[in-house]
Design a protein around this ligand. Structure first.
Ligand code: GDP
Ligand code: MN
Length: 380
C-alpha cells in the first residue's frame, strides 16, 4: 500500500528526519485558517498517490492565507494522472539551496535492498537517471547489516551529498525497517539556504503482508485504511481479513484459494458472463469466514447472482455449508446463489444445504455446470 505524502511525512518525523511544518485540509476554508497558523505564506500540495504533482499543477506557492484558500479550492477535485485530489497539504515554504534524491528500494531478484541517491534531485530525477545514469548511485544494502553510520556516510559520499545527509539516510532506513516498508523515497531532500537538511517530499510503500502487526496504520497516520478513494467493500473485507476485489460484471464469485478463484473467474467469463467481484475465503476458512464473505459479496449492488466454488481441503465442505446456512440466517438473501462443493466432506456439505432448502440456493456438482448456471441467472 502506498501512503500519501502527508502520511510519509509523519513517519519521517517519527524517525527523526526533519520535515517542514504542515497541515492537511479537505476544505478551502480550513486552508485559510491553517495557512494563518503556518505563518501566512504556504506551499499548497495536492495529496494524490502519484508523483509528478509539481509538473501537473499540484504544487503551488500561496503568498497569503487568501491565496492558500483559493489554491486549495482550485486543487480539490482536480485530476492528476487519474487520481482525484481529495485532500491538500499546506506546508511552510523553505528557501532551497540544493535538491537531492535518496531512496531505498527492495531488490527482489538480489534478495537485498538498494540505496539510490543523487545530488541532482527534484522534479527531473527521471530524466537525470535516463540521460546521465552516472549521476545516480546505486549501492546494495544487506538487510541484516542495515545502514550503520559508516554505510550511510559511504552512500552520501558516493552520491556527492553533504555529509549530514548520512543522518537522513540512517533515519530513512529506520522508517523502512520499523514501519515494514518496501520502498521509502525522499525527493527532493533539500539543503535550505540556512544550511538545514529537510525532507520536502516523501513516498512510502508499506508491505501489505505486515498489515496484521501494524494496527496503527489505521489510526495515527491519517487513516490509510479508510482511503477515501478506496472501494468501501474492499475496506470492509480487509477489516475482516478477507481478500475481496471489485470487478465490473454481474456474477459475485467466492472461492477458496487464489488458484481456484482465478480459474472460476475464467470459467464464468467463458460462460458469457462477467464477474462482479471475487472474494477468496482462503485455505483454512471457517463457517464464520464464509458467512462474512457472503455478507460482503451480497452487499455489492452490481451482483445479480453469486457463485460459490469450494474445493474442500483443510476447509471441509460441511464447514463451508454451515457458513452459508449461518449467512442465510443473518442476511436476507435477495439474489440467487449457486453452490458447488467438492472435495473433503462434499457429501456432508451438500446434505446440509439440501436440508436448509432455501428457495434461492441451488447446488451444482461441477465447476463448469455451476458457472453456467450462475451466468445464466445473472444475464437473464
Ligand atoms: P512532486 O512533483 O509530486 O514530486 O512534488 P514535490 O513535493 O517534490 O514538489 C515539486 C517541487 O516543488 C520540488 O522539487 C521543489 O522544487 C518545489 N517545492 C516544493 N516545496 C517547496 C518549497 O517549500 N519551497 C520551494 N522553493 N520549492 C518547493
Ligand atoms: Mn517529489
Amino acid at each position: 500500500m502506498d501512503l500519501y505524502e502527508h502520511q510519509a511525512r509523519e513517519l519521517f518525523k517519527d524517525h527523526g528526519i526533519p520535515v517542514p511544518d504542515a497541515a492537511v485540509v479537505d476544505h478551502p476554508r480550513e486552508a485559510r485558517h491553517a495557512a494563518e497558523l503556518l505563518g501566512g505564506r504556504v506551499v499548497v500540495k495536492a495529496q494524490v498517490k502519484t508523483g509528478g504533482r509539481g509538473k501537473a499543477g499540484g504544487v503551488r506557492l500561496a503568498a497569503d492565507p487568501a491565496a492558500a484558500e483559493l489554491a486549495t479550492r482550485q486543487m480539490l477535485g482536480m485530476d492528476i494522472k487519474g487520481h482525484t485530489v481529495r485532500r491538500v497539504m499546506l506546508a511552510r515554504p523553505v528557501d532551497i539551496d540544493a535538491e537531492f534524491y535518496v531512496s531505498y528500494v527492495l531488490d527482489r531478484a538480489a534478495g537485498r535492498f538498494l540505496a539510490i541517491a543523487s545530488s541532482e534531485g527534484g522534479m527531473d530525477i527521471e530524466e537525470v537517471a535516463a540521460t546521465r545514469p552516472e549521476a545516480v548511485v546505486r549501492i546494495p544494502v544487506d538487510p541484516a547489516e542495515g545502514v550503520p553510520h559508516a554505510k550511510a556516510a559511504e552512500i552520501a559520499a558516493a552520491a556527492g551529498l553533504p555529509a549530514e545527509a548520512a543522518g537522513t539516510l540512517r533515519g530513512l532506513w529506520q522508517v523502512l525497517v520499523r514501519e515494514d516498508a518496501l520502498l521509502v523515497e525522499v525527493n527532493p531532500l533539500v539543503r535550505t539556504t540556512d544550511g538545514e537538511l529537510l525532507a520536502l517530499d516523501g513516498k512510502v510503500t508499506l508491505d501489505d503482508n505486515a498489515r496484521f502487526r501494524r494496527s496503527r496504520w489505521g489510526d495515527k497516520h491519517g487513516d490509510p485504511v479508510t482511503d477515501p478513494a478506496a472501494d468501501p467493500l474492499e475496506e470492509a473485507a480487509a477489516a475482516k481479513g478477507l481478500t475481496y476485489v471489485k470487478l465490473d460484471g454481474q456474477v459475485g464469485v467466492i472461492g477458496n484459494g487464489a488458484g481456484l478463484v482465478m480459474s472460476t473467474l475464467d470459467v464464468v467469463a467463458g460462460c458469457g458472463a462477467r464477474p462482479a467481484n471475487f472474494l477468496d475465503i482462503g485455505g483454512g476458512a471457517s463457517a464464520q469466514v464464509m458467512a462474512d464473505g457472503l455478507d460482503v459479496v451480497l452487499a455489492d449492488t452490481d451482483v445479480r447472482s453469486v457463485l460459490v466454488n469450494v474445493f474442500g481441503g483443510i476447509t471441509a465442505c460441511d464447514a463451508v455449508a454451515e457458513g452459508i446456512v449461518q449467512a442465510l440466517d443473518s442476511v436476507r438473501l435477495t439474489k440467487p446463489l449457486v453452490v458447488r462443493l467438492d472435495g473433503n466432506n462434499a457429501a456432508q456439505g451438500r446434505a446440509i444445504l439440501d436440508a436448509r432448502a432455501h428457495p434461492l440456493v441451488e447446488q451444482v456438482t461441477t465447476m463448469d455446470g455451476a458457472a453456467r448456471r450462475a451466468a445464466e441467472l445473472a444475464t437473464t
